[in-house]
Design a protein around this ligand. Structure first.
Ligand code: SF4
Length: 458
């Protein structure tokens, strides 16, 4: 979600005539987009802001400093009181105002705070640049009506609001025309989507509205090559979503379905509204719809009151669900969340030890899965240069395995869907040899600016 917001803000500033520069030292405007889901990210932010304060002192008040995103929403006017060198505090529902506010601040306007939620007329920012990335995000809803006891998102992103289906389908079509091969639908509980315009049916209220949207996109944008979504909530996985996975060729054979814990006792205290048996039943239903479907997940270790036995149940559900990728984190108390009342009673060293065991098991499960693919032929969406900066390309399969191409010089720096043979399994990715001409190239065949991989936002 934050990556998508950053891309859209980047596009808005370009459209307003600003150009990217190499460092904050050369910039007229610096936007710090923020995440408040974990305490560590907030601590890093404060140290970055300290550096920018020193820079502004040296440069007589420049650059204009915009604090955007969830921390901006959470701190609001208090951010200005604590850090008066900030020029604009911009919550997630006001990103469209960024260019005007930044330029006004550059002209000497007083500091501004924009943190209300657009409840009456929710706005969704669309792409403004002339070329889409090979894989592009489209927001279909924002905010969250769940109340998971550890999560700050409902207070930083507001209540759930959905985007009319016609607007979503139009943006998907536009992105494909601009060169996207793959579209990733975004929402905090993406599969709880219901069309507010009523064009697509949303009953029964069990993911049917989301399944209808998937079908609508597949039918109305047949040129789209791949369709993904993130992040679903297990309780909106009704049979209609599994049926969509069975029927729609365009729908990727991968879901990222956060489980958070394998202990029913902990899940209850987390207010996740499913238990481990229901989660596993959903995973089985999705796999019977698509036998090669991969499932990745999020796990929190050290939630208040988590015992050794609870934690063993988390390891057990990891094995049973055969997760192909795990994003795991230590619990950290977040302001205003219901879990604060439980205290934070799992010692730090126990959290660290549990986190290490989750990663150890996750790597073993991933290695087993990746090794099973060696010698098979796959189609890879090439979308970026590999991390070594040696011109080798990488991309991902329809099941979301990362694939590095052994020799991709003949492709040039072009995005495309290419046939490959998997030659080797690494710890977290695969290596492959090209098997021939691309199966699909970008609309218009133009060259593609492929970004170098620098990391993951998790
Ligand atoms: S579903 Fe739960 S974890 Fe996800 S954003 Fe909503 S409250 Fe947070």
């Amino acid at each position: 979600m934050n990556v998508h917001d950053s891309e859209r803000m980047h596009g808005l500033l370009l459209a307003a005539g600003l150009q990217p520069v190499g460092s904050a030292r050369e910039a007229d405007v610096v936007v710090v987009n923020t995440c408040s889901v974990r305490e560590k990210a907030e601590q890093k932010l404060d140290s970055e802001l300290g550096k920018l304060r020193r820079l502004k002192k040296q440069r007589a008040g420049r650059p204009v400093l915009v604090l955007a995103g969830c921390v901006a929403q959470q701190r609001g006017a208090a951010a200005l009181r604590r850090m008066p060198f900030i020029d604009v505090v911009l919550g997630p529902d006001h990103l469209g105002e960024l260019p005007a506010l930044a330029l006004a601040a550059d002209g000497g306007a007083p500091a501004e705070v924009r943190t209300t939620f657009d409840l009456d007329r929710p706005a969704f920012l669309a792409l403004t640049s002339e070329q889409a990335a090979p894989s592009a995000f489209v927001s279909i809803s924002k905010g969250c009506d769940e109340r998971c006891s550890f999560c700050i998102v409902p207070s930083t992103r507001g209540p759930e609001r959905h985007r009319p289906s016609a607007e979503i389908i139009a943006e998907v079509r536009a992105l494909v025309q601009l060169g996207a091969f793959e579209v990733v639908l975004l929402g905090q509980t993406v599969n709880g989507y219901r069309d507010p315009s009523g064009v697509l049916p949303s009953e029964p209220n069990d993911g049917t509205g989301f399944a209808m949207l998937l079908r609508g996109i597949a039918e109305q944008v047949p040129e789209l090559r791949r369709l993904r979504y993130t992040s679903p909530h297990p309780r909106w996985y009704g049979p209609a979503v599994a049926d969509a996975h069975r029927d729609l060729e365009v729908l990727c054979h991968h879901v990222h379905m956060p489980v958070q814990s394998g202990s029913d006792r902990v899940l209850k205290r987390m207010i996740r509204r499913y238990d481990s048996a229901e989660f596993l039943e959903i995973a089985r239903g999705l796999r019977s719809a698509r036998s090669d479907l991969t499932i990745s997940t999020d796990i929190i270790v050290g939630f208040p009151g988590e015992t050794d036995e609870d934690f063993e149940q988390t390891l057990s559900i990891m094995r049973e669900a055969r997760f192909f990728g795990v994003y795991a984190f230590k619990y950290s108390p977040r302001p205003g969340t219901p879990a604060l009342r439980f205290g934070d009673d799992v010692p730090e060293e126990v959290k660290s030890e549990r986190l290490a065991r989750v990663f150890e098991l996750s790597e073993a499960l991933q290695a087993e899965h990746l090794t099973s693919l060696v010698g098979t032929n796959q189609l890879v969406l090439v979308q970026e240069q590999g991390p070594r900066g040696d011109g080798r390309l990488c991309g991902h399969t329809i099941r979301n395995e990362i694939v590095h191409l052994e020799d991709s010089k003949e492709l040039g720096l072009r995005a495309g869907i290419v046939p490959v043979r998997i030659t080797r399994a690494w710890k977290h990715s695969l290596e492959a040899a090209l098997l021939g001409a691309p199966a699909a190239t970008r609309a218009g065949g133009g060259p593609v600016r492929l970004p170098v991989v620098t990391g993951s936002d998790g």
